[in-house]
Design a protein around this ligand. Sequence first.
Ligand code: GAP
Length: 459
Amino acid sequence: MEEKRAVTMDKLVNLCKGRGIIFPGSDIYGGMGNTWDYGPVGVEIKNNLKKLWWKRFVQQADNSYGVDAAILMNARVWEASGHTASFSDPKMDCKFCKTRHRADNLIEAHSHGTVNPDTMTNEEMEAYIKEHNVVCPKCGKCDFTPIRQFNLMFETSRGVTEEGQNKIYLRPETAQGEFVNFLNVQRTTRAKVPFGIAQIGKAFRNEVTPGNFIFRTIEFEQMEHQFFCKEGTDGEYYEFYKKAAMQFLIDLHISADHLRFKDHDKLAHYAKAACDIQYYFPIGWSELNGIHNRTNYDLSRHQEYSGKSMLYVDPVSGEKYIPYDIEYSIGADRLMLAVLSEAYDEETLENGETRVVMHFHPAVAAYKAAILPLQKNLSEKAKEVYKKLAEYFPVTYDEAGSIGKRYRRQDEIGTPMCITIDFDTLENDTVTVRDRDSMEQIRLNISELKDHIDEQIKF
Ligand code: GAP
């Protein structure tokens, strides 16, 4: 699909920096490669995405439970999960300009996605790169070191004396916090299989080639949900979570035309099925989230490494088994990027000016309404309205500049409603409510505002 879209990654980065959505990390020190800080507007949007996800997959699911596990886990966890041995990327260095690259990414980019490096061995990738003269994206030379596997886990150490230090890791995924709490959650909630465990939290990966704004970073947040079920029912739940994951994105006002399923060509040895949902990012079609049928691999491995039985006993039949797991995993920052990309629009107004507008779902928008006194001498009444609404919703207040300029600022951060206080407000308690998308205005009584906003932000 070749579609002309107003959005580009550069425009998004600039808008985010200028409007308090996302800043480069450690900005005053010149940044710290591929880290990003969420600003006053961005933190609200990201929190909303996390809250909506939690509401859909934990609060509204009668058989899912949340946890918030420690980032630092016993190093044995990563042996059991396989991360210590094989969570690595094939990296090669350009001998000429010394930049580091992922061999699989070089092949994918060179072949415009027609060759799938996931199915190749390291030797096959090296041979492909030589034969097809795949060049370094930085200096244009084809002269690389042999491929070396590069473990993506950040290491640190625990201990008070240097001799007594133990190597530990920053977790590279939140999933293991759910697996290691399987017994705790099942026992304390008395949950019956099938049931789910969800978590939202930070993960860290020493990515070989991070980049593309918040698409691939070294520190990010994941929203992961493990659904434990009996073998034989796993196919049904895999399909269920594929559908539910897709519906969540569509409900966030991401166009179905910009979303597609992509089955994995190469399955992990323990996996029965795996697919991604891809989004049409400004960089092209790329993974937004994954759904995996992980069989009973993770719980079995933790049983083996911890010595704790992971057997579930069916309370009716007495049957004992280790449940299968359907994993649904989505990056909060990657979802943020998809939502930002989807919302961005440029419209030409009647006076020829361009309006940049973020068409977020109102439930996602940082502020539900902006309170704008038409003139400064109306600020007392406007602040009264602001205080009233701030009890229920995040709202913002702006009295600086012309009303037109203030509308534009709110459009750029996607505030769905602008509430203008004018001289009639002093007379009859009515205000003008301007809709972000249609720019149409209606007149409402102040007492009607809460219900009106509530109606708009339903999800
Ligand atoms: N527990 C399974 C797991 O971690 P994954 O495909 O490696 O699977 C899941 O990651 C999701 O986490 C991805 O679909 C993506 O949304 C997000 N993600 C992974 N690596 C990321 C990175 N370096 N930066 C931002 N988001 C990332």
